[in-house]
Design a protein around this ligand. Structure first.
Ligand SMILES: Nc1ncnc2c1ncn2[C@@H]1O[C@H](COP(=O)(O)OP(=O)(O)OP(=O)(O)O)[C@@H](O)[C@H]1O
Length: 244
């Protein structure tokens, strides 16, 4: 895989013999990821699946370069076949927790993010257009004027917060997108809607999502699957062939 170099700024991400170890006073050294190898290709949605605690978030954090200092890692993470850091603005990461400003309305949060993240050279009207389109794609039209809420009082629902978090990160259409449990808190219809929107944006982009118990409909949207169990890869390949 590492010999194929994608064009147009597209990203082929490869990880080889990846080990992650956490050390604690109580348990000593504990291996969380045990020699994982895999890849994520442009134009594809790769799902990382497996039971709770198997290492999905840790794998996502490691390949996204966000691993905390309490852990040690070894193995190679290659970008287009080389050990290199991603250029600024190449990737986006949707975390498992929604960290949103409670006092803003959905529209204010998305407009603000568009203003900050999209290039300075882009006219304000175009930024607004992109923000409006992305909110629509995430099914947030009816919640646009509602406060996000939180400590200030009830606002949008938990599922809507999840969709706002995704909306803020997909605005910029970065070449590499990581999503940690994008469908948590969403019902099955909303999960499908959100994942279908994400899958529809794969053209020229590499998308990796950790996901817990997807429905059959959501599963059918995945191109590739990395199935983990106890920190090891038990399946890596086309999602459609995984059933066998
Ligand atoms: N920094 C750390 N120190 C110690 N143990 C850790 C650390 N990070 C993760 N772990 C442990 O590693 C294992 C894998 O955690 P991880 O969050 O990657 O699992 P997951 O598959 O994403 O789980 P879930 O689906 O519940 O979110 C868990 O047992 C977790 O407690």
């Amino acid at each position: 895989m590492s010999e194929i170099v994608p064009q147009n700024g597209n990203v082929l991400l490869t990880w080889e013999d990846l080990w992650v170890t956490a050390s604690s006073l109580k348990d000593g050294n504990k291996a969380i990821l045990k020699g994982l190898t895999g890849y994520a290709r442009p134009g594809e949605l790769l799902a990382i699946m497996g039971p709770s605690g198997c290492g999905k978030s840790t794998l996502l954090d490691t390949i996204a370069g966000r691993l905390g200092s309490s852990t040690r890692q070894s193995g190679d993470i290659l970008i287009n076949g080389r050990k290199q850091t991603l250029a600024y603005g190449t990737s986006a990461y949707v975390t498992q927790e929604d960290t949103l400003m409670a006092t803003l309305t959905v529209k204010e949060a998305v407009y603000y993010s568009a203003e900050l993240q999209l290039p300075n050279s882009m006219p304000k009207s175009e930024k607004k257009q992109i923000a409006d389109m992305t909110m629509k794609e995430m099914g947030l039209q009816d919640a646009m004027e509602t406060r996000i809420g939180g400590w200030i009082g009830k606002g949008i629902s938990g599922g809507q917060k999840r969709r706002v978090s995704i909306c803020l990160e997909i605005l910029t259409r970065r070449k590499l997108l990581f999503l940690d449990e994008p469908t948590s808190g969403l019902d099955s219809a909303a999960s499908y809607y959100v994942m279908k929107t994400i899958a529809s944006q794969c053209q020229g982009r590499t998308i990796i999502a950790s996901i817990h118990q997807p429905s059959t409909e959501v599963f059918s949207l995945f191109h590739s699957l990395c199935l983990l169990s106890c920190g090891r890869t038990v399946y890596f390949g086309p999602a459609s062939a995984a059933i066998d």
